[in-house]
Design a protein around this ligand. Structure first.
Ligand code: C5P
Length: 303
């Protein structure tokens, strides 16, 4: 038996990191949407044989396939929570990952893959892990896992585990909007970016009241998606990687587009919903000229 699950990327349209918590994580207020772009994860039930209970293959060589991979950690967490497949079962699960989401991008690839693994196992062994138990297991795997359990744009709070659906009127302003997603050849480590936030605090933190008020103003208003865009993690990323602010400013000036970095970076995005094809092609050319051939560029839509 084989099942296949889409494992979407996410972007943070609004990200206000408000401060460091006693547990070392950061509190944030963020509006997040999945994209129509992502990885694909297939899981096949195979005879257990001599090998491990969970096996993983990937079409790319730069993805770690050991225990550090969130797919295998998710599978192990599923087995611990449900007892399936148990030591006595003659079954193993073989995962095949088709990786398209760049790593170190702030696009949630690892957390998305973890949730995709839980979904695959949930289809191979239905009813084993649902509702609050599923959410609890997902939360142990990564801060972004909770948002991937919803198939809708959401507001996340806390370290990302408190998820609220975005009101319908706001969803209308987001759904299906076209973006140009682009990332330089280098990635940014999430722990590094949050570590810099803590080291440079309070310069970059957004006070919690201000974070909520900014979002509330947008929710009340008839403002466009462009009016929502905010990311106070840009300060630390831009301080180290000057290529990011230089290009974003160039795109704003030359094409009049709204551009932001997603999450802790290094991926960025531009809103291109009503832009003619010539403008989008011109933007792609500018991005390639600035960041070189190793650049990742994708024309995507919000999920
Ligand atoms: O939860 P996740 O594995 O995605 O987080 C990676 C790292 O990013 C954490 O170990 C922590 O250093 C930092 N982080 C944080 N606050 C968050 C999310 C992540 O400080 N809300």
């Amino acid at each position: 038996m084989t099942v296949t699950v889409f494992s979407p990327a996410k972007i943070n349209l609004y990200l206000a990191v408000t401060g460091r918590r006693p547990d070392g994580f950061h509190d944030l207020v963020s509006v997040v949407s999945t994209l129509d772009y992502g990885d694909e994860l297939t899981a096949t039930l195979v005879p257990a044989g001599e090998g491990a209970k969970f096996r993983l293959e990937c079409d790319r060589t730069d993805v770690p396939l050991d225990e550090s991979n969130l797919i295998l950690r998710a599978a192990r967490a599923f087995a611990e929570a449900t007892g399936w497949p148990g030591p006595g079962d003659a079954l193993a699960v073989s995962f095949q990952l088709t990786k398209r989401i760049p790593v170190g991008a702030g696009l949630g690839g690892g957390s998305s893959n973890a949730v995709a693994a839980l979904r695959c196992l949930g289809r191979l062994h239905p009813d084993a892990l649902t509702g609050a138990r599923l959410e609890a297991v997902a939360a142990t795997l990564g801060s972004d896992c909770a948002l991937f359990l919803r198939n809708a744009p959401v507001i996340i709070r806390g370290r990302g585990e408190r998820v609220e659906l975005l009101p319908a009127a706001a969803v209308e302003r987001l759904r299906g909007q076209r973006l140009l997603l682009f990332k330089p050849s280098f990635g940014i480590s999430t722990p590094w970016a949050y570590g810099r936030m803590a080291a440079e605090a309070p310069r970059h933190y957004c006070p919690p009241d201000e974070a909520e008020e900014r979002l509330a103003v947008w929710l009340r208003s008839r403002g466009s998606l462009a009016d929502l865009l905010f990311n106070n993690m840009e300060g630390v990323a831009f301080g180290k990687h000057l290529a990011l602010p230089v290009l974003l400013e160039k795109l704003r000036r030359k094409f009049g587009v709204s551009v932001r970095m997603s999450g802790s970076g290094s991926a960025c995005f531009a809103l291109v919903e009503d832009r003619p094809a010539t403008v989008v092609t011109g933007m792609e050319q500018t991005i390639r000229e600035s960041w070189g051939d190793g650049v990742f560029i994708k024309d995507v839509r919000l999920g």
